[in-house]
Design a protein around this ligand. Structure first.
Ligand code: MOS
Length: 693
């Protein structure tokens, strides 16, 4: 096991975010606001066809606009290294793979001139028929999921077991195309000088972004610096490099020394920053008369772009949630003429828990069991996928504790039992889970300075999660000093390497590095008053327990839903989540993460859906006026609780990650509650009024 922090004094307290006041006061400079000398402004030109190629671009009218310096096109753009990440290799060929793809860029003295001129560029296209529709009846389109996990798994004989099951659910569930909408859109400031390239970027990972840019520009990483001290949200859309970053750097290169600023508009972020693929999930559950699951199958169809394969890991949570002797999971991807799919909060796990957790609700009804009791009867004692013991698995405690807290006992077993005025009222539950991800290599530097304080540097990024604050708490305890004596710096590739702020893994990876560096620092300089200038850098060691245990956080989501008998309007007056996510470093910030995740889950349940116009090949509701995101009025009461979980295996802090689990299961809990209210089973997200009429 890894060496734990010995002292827990700052950890467990609830200081405010170190960046919080600056952020709400507008004093935290975001990437675009970073002051640079005489910036020029770039505005992307985007394809207005979904498939084909650019035959020619007439830039004359754009170049005639006052203040316009240049128009980059595939004909004149500086060369990039190709063959690694086709999403980033822009303006190297005339092909168009999706509507909204970058096919050029105007650089001007003002953002207004650049945007206006971009509209004046005339593009001649050679069109090809496009296919942007995810359908489950076009087997020619599909290929196995790839990238980071096995596409398919199979144990036993699922079909035979299903045929012989006493209780059975077989149904198709669908989740919608969801778009990441961080408050701060995606922006980049690019500066080339004799030393190389500096990027002020709104990113979730300065080092990972640097690697991607180094690759495509064929530059040594030492010649690129990426800074991101403040970031206004990402939800995964800033976790990988996207094309606009390369575009800003290309434009700055063309401007030979003049810095270039680029901000995507909200509409542009719908095509250029990644989004969550829609999914079709065929779920089958077979159980005996006691509700013990004998067969479980999850067969997923999802989409990817033609430009670059991205496999949403939709069936993964089903591999670890419930044991069954006969199990199957499959992923098939349709490569369509659509923008690049990518990460969105709890990628894979979030959509992947919708179908199975609604199916569990359906199975409970068929078995005549309470849905919590069904879940408790199917708690595995080992990870069904790997056979390894769980480092900790406290789902049962979350379900039982949540049931008490929520008042589950008073719930009528049958649906459509409670009516108040025009409203049908119901409650529902779903389980939640998220893996504990570990990424190697994060390091931290600790320096005692003349101010008497311990300065901790790690190239982490705080995207609004509170990581910056939490790392200071961890450092204080690991060093055995007061939190006030620790100053943490993040968001700069000049700091020691840090993994990306993604997969709810920041605290695990960066915290482990800080603990290692603090222990190393103490070993070198002693426990008392080391002299100013004492400095030590160390990487997080590998954690051998990751091989021996299955590591996941768990939770239980409860929802109360009201559905209008007259209009079908659906309201969610009450959400409760109870989580088992290891040690909670800062209750104030952790609560905020859980509540944010649950609210986003509610948003997914009721509102969020990118609507594809199949003729144009574009999402038509590509702004916050028409792509609805939950606001305060949607969430009268959201409460998050957690159990006091001690996990000595996950990392030296005992933390499991809290950024994503809150969104997982929420939509299923809402759909299950809507069924309990009305007797109408909705298997497709979002759950909208028309389904109840
Ligand atoms: Mo999260 S979607 O892994 O940034």
């Amino acid at each position: 096991m890894t060496r734990s922090i010995e002292r827990v004094a700052a950890v467990g307290t609830a200081p405010e975010r170190v960046d919080g006041r600056a952020k709400v006061a507008g004093k935290a400079p975001y990437a675009y606001e970073h002051p640079v000398e005489r910036p020029a402004y770039a505005h992307p030109i985007q394809a207005t066809i979904a498939a084909g190629r650019v035959r020619g671009i007439d830039t004359a009218r754009a170049l005639a606009v006052d203040g316009v310096h240049t128009v980059l096109t595939p004909d004149n753009a500086p060369p990039l290294r190709r063959g690694q990440d086709a999403e980033l290799e822009i303006l190297q060929a005339p092909d168009v793979a999706f509507r909204g793809q970058i096919i050029g860029c105007v650089v001007a003295d003002t953002p207004e001139a650049a945007r206006h001129a971009a509209d004046l560029v005339a593009v001649d296209y050679e069109r090809r028929d496009h296919d942007v529709t995810l359908a489950s009846d076009r087997p020619d389109l599909y290929r196995p999921g790839e990238v980071s996990h096995e596409a398919d798994t199979e144990d036993g004989d699922v079909d035979a077991a299903l045929a012989g099951a006493a209780a059975r659910v077989e149904a198709e569930y669908r989740t919608a195309r969801n778009h990441n909408n961080p408050l701060e859109p995606h922006t980049t400031v690019a500066v080339w000088d004799a030393d190389g390239l500096t990027l002020y970027d709104s990113t979730q990972g300065v080092h990972s972004l640097r690697s991607a840019v180094a690759e495509v520009f064929d530059l040594d990483e030492s010649r690129i610096r990426v800074l991101a001290p403040y970031v206004g949200g990402g939800f995964g859309s800033k976790g990988t490099a996207h094309a606009h970053v390369v575009l800003a750097a290309l434009a700055a290169k063309r401007m030979s020394g003049r810095p270039v600023k680029l901000a995507l508009t909200r509409q542009q972020t719908f095509t250029l920053a990644g989004y969550r693929t829609p999914t079709v999930q065929r779920v089958a559950l077979g159980a005996d008369t006691d509700g013990r699951i004998d067969a479980l199958a999850v067969d997923v169809v999802e989409q990817t772009s033609r430009v670059k394969a991205f496999a949403e890991q939709t069936a993964l949570p089903s591999r670890t949630m419930y044991a069954a002797p006969h199990r199957r999971t499959t992923h098939r991807m349709a490569a369509l003429d659509v923008p690049v799919t990518s990460w969105m909060r709890a990628p894979g796990v979030c959509p992947g828990m919708f179908g199975p957790e609604v199916a569990m609700d359906e199975l409970a009804e068929r078995c005549g069991l309470d849905p919590i009791e069904l879940r408790l009867r199917n708690e595995p004692d080992r990870d069904p996928e790997t056979g390894k013991p769980y480092s900790t698995r406290n789902l049962a405690e979350c379900l039982r504790g949540g049931a008490r807290r929520f008042g589950w006992d008073a719930r009528p077993a049958a649906p459509r039992q409670t009516r108040q005025g025009e409203w049908w009222i119901g409650t529902g539950v779903a389980s939640s889970t998220y893996p504990v991800h570990h990424a190697p290599g994060s390091a931290a530097r600790i320096e005692r300075r003349a101010d008497g304080r311990y300065h901790v540097g790690v190239g982490a990024v705080d995207i609004g999660t509170g990581a910056w604050t939490v790392l200071g708490q961890i450092a204080a305890d690991a060093l055995g000093v007061d939190r006030e004596d620790v100053v943490v710096t993040v968001g700069d590739t000049a700091l020691p390497f840090a993994s990306v702020a993604g997969g709810s893994s920041g605290t695990t990876n960066w915290g482990s590095a800080i603990v290692a560096a603090a222990h190393g620092f103490r070993a070198r300089f002693g426990d008392d008053d080391p002299p100013a200038g004492s400095e030590h850098t160390e990487s997080a060691p590998e954690n051998p327990d990751t091989e021996r245990f299955a590591m996941h956080a768990f939770g239980a989501q409860f929802a109360e839903v009201h559905v209008s008998a007259d209009t079908g309007e659906i309201r969610v007056p009450r959400l409760l989540g109870v989580f088992a996510a290891g040690r909670i470093v800062n209750p104030r910030l952790a609560r905020s993460q859980f509540l944010g995740g649950m609210t986003m889950g509610l948003s997914m349940a009721l509102h969020e859906e990118g609507v594809m116009d199949e003729r144009l090949g574009m999402v038509v509701n590509h702004d916050l006026a028409e792509y609805h995101v939950a606001t305060n009025a949607d969430v009268p009461s959201v409460e998050a609780e957690w159990i006091d979980e001690h996990d000595p295996h996950v990392n030296p802090m005992g933390t499991k990650g809290i950024g994503e689990i809150g969104i997982v299961g929420t939509a299923a809990a809402v759909a299950n509650a809507a069924y309990h209210a009305t007797g109408v089973r909705v298997r497709e997200l979002p759950v909208t009024a028309d389904r109840f009429l």
